[in-house]
Structure formats: structure tokens, C-alpha cells
Ligand binder design. Structure first.
Ligand SMILES: Nc1nc2c(ncn2[C@@H]2O[C@@H]3COP(=O)(O)O[C@H]3[C@H]2O)c(=O)[nH]1
Ligand SMILES: [Zn+2]
Length: 514
């Protein structure tokens, strides 16, 4: 049977489809619709190399990789309110509505005025860089009023794939806009508030990090390849409570901040900075929300594949290099093979080092070299790179309280999901994940005392300037959670005295149960 191959570019990727001689128009459309990750309400358009529109049908002519077609998804009416032409439609409808109501009632109702001002304000945001408050430090109050108009409620009806494509379109639309100096500077600090930013904006900010560290120039990374890579990274994070794309962004942003605060650019090579930043980005790719202990106990595919040795971290790293195996996403494609080998080795080490089962080994190693630390010693440098990524990975408590606290809820939610499943399956349950045993304060006091403070203190010995940026906030968090823990104990004691002995909780543990 004869077949023909159609090469086409969609969402920045060069794809190909093979059609048999007997396929129908609907088959052809379905193939392109799937490739474009488009929903039934989207209109597809195919363009030839010279820009003319082609009919999407079995009669499409076969072509080559060099003469590919361009497939575009066009959002149908009001499916993407963020686009200016749809805003115009909405404004037009509002004006029409206003004139009709004026005829009937004689005055414009408040609700129409309100809607008009929201449309106007949103239009201003899109049209003028100056008004891009979403590229400013903090969102304006008007954003909250805008939530009814923004695409969010609509997007909740979109499939996950459609939502991701919407993020891609927004990211690409925004990426050419100017990100203010104020934001760029703020991005270099641990007080940056990740909760202010939506996914497409975080992608823009990640792009800014690559640009401001001069990676594009130094490693000949084309902007579209970086954008494809960042989007694929985003696409490979799962929608789970903690180990999601926002966590990836936070870890990368903290690492970026540490690079600037410690002036690391003057101490280690740019290629090593690229290794660290890219490792931070990729360090939890495709995390399923269940940790290594679960993977091993439940004998999951990952545990089988990696012989129980850091199954998750091995997987995150393999997914990262899988993404980069596509030329259109390969930010390393213009490097020499020696440079590539160096980066691959460095990333594998950094990502595998995020397995907390190896925490003590890595910290002890760093402790032993810290007094004689030498930036020109490769072994020292590699340990430091692992430490920097690890510090960033567990740095939520180094952030302002209002930023850190919601992360604890996300983490506990993921822990509880896991322990609930473990209980159902009869698998061992770690006490720190058990909703019947853990409390917010006890979880944090132990983690800060036994994990964060020892690690952050050691890094601060090498970079004393970090004391105020990461060590002090963590000490304050320990005080805060210790106070809460004490207060909760006193309250429990008061209750058990008043109640004549209480109801026999868990092993006498007097903790605030989450
Ligand atoms: N209790 C507590 N654990 C944390 C916090 N941040 C990170 N962790 C843990 O540290 C681990 C680092 O590796 P993982 O991402 O596998 O899982 C993370 C959590 O188990 C925190 O703020 N509190
Ligand atoms: Zn992580």
C-alpha cells in the first residue's frame, strides 16, 4: 500500500505524519489535531513554506523535512480571553449592551461599568509594557477583580493538554516583552515570591535567568531552542501538590539567587553554572508524588528499572536527557562533545545528589573539605555544586514566612497522599508522613534542626554573606515553629488536665495534629 509522509512544524517542533492512500479527511484532521494537542473547538490552519493556506485533506502533497508545512492552532471564540482580538470582541459586545441598556433604562448599570473597566484595564496590561504589572514585582489589586474575566474559569474546563498549550502560547507571546530591571534584580534574591506568578510567567522568568547569566551567548543556545526546552521541562512536571513545576521554578530561582549573592560567576566557570541551573530545573522531572521508599516497597516499575538505587532521581535525570535528545529542545547541541560530556556528568551528579538518602554522606564530605576549600580543585568544586543544588532544593524555609508556609501545606498533602496509599496497600508508613502522627510545627522543628541548620551553616562558612539571606530566616522559622509547638503542647496539657486524663492519643504524643 502506498503511503505519503507529511513534515510539519507545530508548536515549534518539527513533526511528521504518515498517511495511507485510503485514509479519510477526518483521519487526516485527527492526526494533525492530536499533533497540535488541539481540542475540538480549535481551528487548525496549515501553511505552505511561502505562507499560503493549505487545505487539510488527504490530498495534501508529500514534502520533505526541508520544505515542511506550518501547522497552527487558532483558538475559537472566547476560548482564550487573554488574546487582544477576543478582548476587542468583548469590548464591542459590552458597548453594544451598554447602548441597549441606555435606551431602556437611561443609565449604564454599575455591573456594565465594572465589566468595562475590567476589560479596559486588561487591555492596557496587554498593550503597554509599562502597564504589565504581571511583569512587575507584585500584582495589582485589580488582578483579583479580574479573576472573573481572566481565562482561569474557562481553562478549568480545558483538558490538561489544552491548558499546557495555552501556557505555551502565553509564554511565547510574553517572552518577547521586556521584563523590568526591578523584577530581574528581585529574581536574584531569596525573598522572591513565587506565588505571584502563573506558569507562563515563570517560564519567562526562567528564560530571563538563562539570558542574564549569558548562557545563550556563551553556549550558542538559540532562543527558540531554549523556549522549547523550557516548555518541555514544564510539560514533564506533574500536577501534584509539592513536586510540581512551581517547586522546580523555586529551586531554580533560589539557585539563581545563590549564584548572584555569592558572586559565584567570578569563582567557577560558566559551564558549571549552566550545569547547576539546568540540574535545578530538571531535578524532579516527572515526579509521581510518591518517594523512593514507596517506589522500592511497592516494587514499582521505576524501582525495578533502577534496581532500588535512587529510582526517582535516576528517572528525573533520564527524563531530562530524553527531552534534550530532541534537536529542537537540545540547548546543548552547539557544544563540543567534551563540553557535552562534562555537562552530562555534572548534571547526573547534581541530580542524583538530591536523593536525601545520601544527605549525610554529601554533607560530611563537604564538611571535611570546607576548611581547605579550593575553587580550582575539581573534586571540591563538584561537591560544592551538589551542595548548592541540595540547598536550593530544600530552601523553602529560607524564604519569607508568607511564601514558605503554603509550601509546607503542599508537602504535607503529598506526604499524606502517600501514607494513605501505603496504609491501603499494607506497606510500611513513615511517621513523618502519617497524618495521625505528624504536626506542622513538629515536622518543621525537626527538619530545620537536623537537616537545614547543619547544611546551611556549613555553606555559610564558605560564603559568610549567606548568613543574613538564608541562615537567619531559617533560624527565625525554627523559633516560630518551636513557639507553636510549645503552645500546642501547653494547650494539650491544659485540656488533658481539665478532662481528667484525655482520650489516650498516639503514644502520649501531645502534638497539634494537622
Ligand atoms: N519537613 C519538611 N521536609 C522538607 C521540607 N522541604 C523539603 N523537605 C523534604 O526534603 C526532601 C528533599 O527531597 P525530596 O524532594 O524527595 O523530598 C523532600 C522532603 O521530603 C520542609 O520544609 N519540611
Ligand atoms: Zn525537589
Amino acid at each position: 500500500m502506498t503511503t505519503k509522509i507529511i513534515h510539519f512544524m507545530v508548536n515549534g517542533m518539527l513533526e511528521q505524519a504518515e498517511f495511507g492512500a485510503d485514509c479519510s479527511a477526518a483521519d487526516v484532521k485527527d492526526v494533525f489535531r492530536a499533533a497540535a494537542e488541539a481540542g475540538p473547538h480549535h481551528i487548525l490552519k496549515m501553511y505552505s513554506m511561502n505562507g499560503s493556506v493549505m487545505n487539510i485533506s488527504p490530498r495534501l502533497e508529500a514534502n520533505s523535512r526541508d520544505s515542511y508545512y506550518r501547522l497552527e492552532v487558532v483558538a475559537s471564540d472566547l476560548k482564550s480571553v487573554g488574546m487582544p482580538n477576543e478582548l476587542d470582541t468583548m469590548e464591542h459586545r459590552l458597548n453594544h449592551l451598554e447602548s441597549k441598556v441606555m435606551e431602556d433604562v437611561g443609565k449604564t448599570p454599575d455591573v456594565v461599568c465594572e465589566l468595562k473597566s475590567q476589560v479596559e484595564s486588561f487591555k492596557r496590561k496587554l498593550e503597554s509594557v509599562k502597564h504589565l504589572s504581571w511583569m512587575g514585582l507584585f500584582k495589582e489589586d485589580s488582578d483579583h477583580q479580574l479573576s472573573n474575566l481572566s481565562p482561569k474559569p474557562k481553562s478549568s474546563r480545558l483538558s490538561a493538554q489544552e491548558q499546557r498549550q495555552q501556557v505555551r502560547r502565553k509564554f511565547l507571546n510574553m517572552s518577547s516583552l521586556h521584563v523590568t530591571e526591578e523584577v530581574r534584580e528581585h529574581l536574584k534574591t531569596p525573598i522572591f515570591d513565587n506565588w505571584q506568578w502563573e506558569e507562563a510567567e515563570m517560564l519567562v522568568l526562567l528564560q530571563v535567568m538563562f539570558i542574564d547569566l549569558d548562557f545563550l551567548m556563551a553556549f550558542h543556545i538559540q532562543l527558540d531552542v531554549l523556549q522549547n526546552f523550557l516548555f518541555e521541562v514544564y510539560r514533564h512536571y506533574n500536577n501534584i501538590p509539592f513536586h510540581n513545576f512551581r517547586h522546580c521554578f523555586c529551586v531554580t530561582q533560589m539557585l539563581y539567587g545563590l549564584i548572584w549573592l555569592t558572586d559565584l560567576r567570578s569563582k567557577i566557570s560558566r559551564i558549571d553554572l549552566l550545569i547547576m541551573l539546568t540540574s535545578a530545573l530538571c531535578h524532579d522531572l516527572d515526579h509521581p508524588g510518591y518517594n523512593n521508599v514507596y517506589q522500592i516497597n511497592a516494587q514499582t516499575d521505576l524501582a525495578l528499572r533502577y534496581n532500588d538505587i535512587s529510582p526517582l532521581e535516576n528517572h528525573h535525570c533520564a527524563v531530562a536527557f530524553g527531552i534534550m535528545s530532541k534537536p529542537e529542545c537540545n540547548i546543548l547541541k552547539n557544544l563540543s562533545s567534551d563540553q557535552y560530556k562534562h555537562i552530562r556528568g555534572g548534571m547526573i551528579r547534581c541530580i542524583l545528589a538530591t536523593d536525601m538518602a545520601r544527605h549525610n554522606d554529601i554533607l560530611n564530605k563537604f564538611r571535611s573539605i570546607q576548611p581547605v576549600f579550593n575553587f580550582t580543585n575539581n573534586e571540591h568544586k563538584e561537591v560544592l555544586m551538589n551542595i548548592m543544588v541540595k540547598v536550593s532544593d530544600i530552601s523553602n524555609e529560607a524564604r519569607p514566612m508568607a511564601v514558605a508556609e503554603p509550601w509546607l501545606d503542599c508537602l504535607l498533602q503529598e506526604f499524606f497522599n502517600q501514607s494513605d496509599t501505603e496504609k491501603l496497600k499494607g506497606l510500611p508508613v513513615a511517621p513523618f508522613m502519617d497524618r495521625d502522627k505528624v504536626s506542622r510545627p513538629s515536622s518543621q522543628t525537626s527538619f530545620i534542626r537536623f537537616v537545614l541548620l547543619p547544611l546551611f551553616t556549613e555553606l555559610t562558612k564558605l560564603f559568610p554573606c549567606l548568613e543574613k539571606h538564608i541562615l537567619e530566616p531559617v533560624r527565625r522559622a525554627l523559633e516560630y515553629y518551636s513557639d507553636l509547638e510549645r503552645a500546642s503542647k501547653q494547650e494539650q496539657e491544659g485540656r488533658s488536665t481539665a478532662g481528667g486524663g484525655g482520650e489516650g492519643g498516639i503514644g502520649g504524643a501531645q502534638e497539634e495534629i494537622v
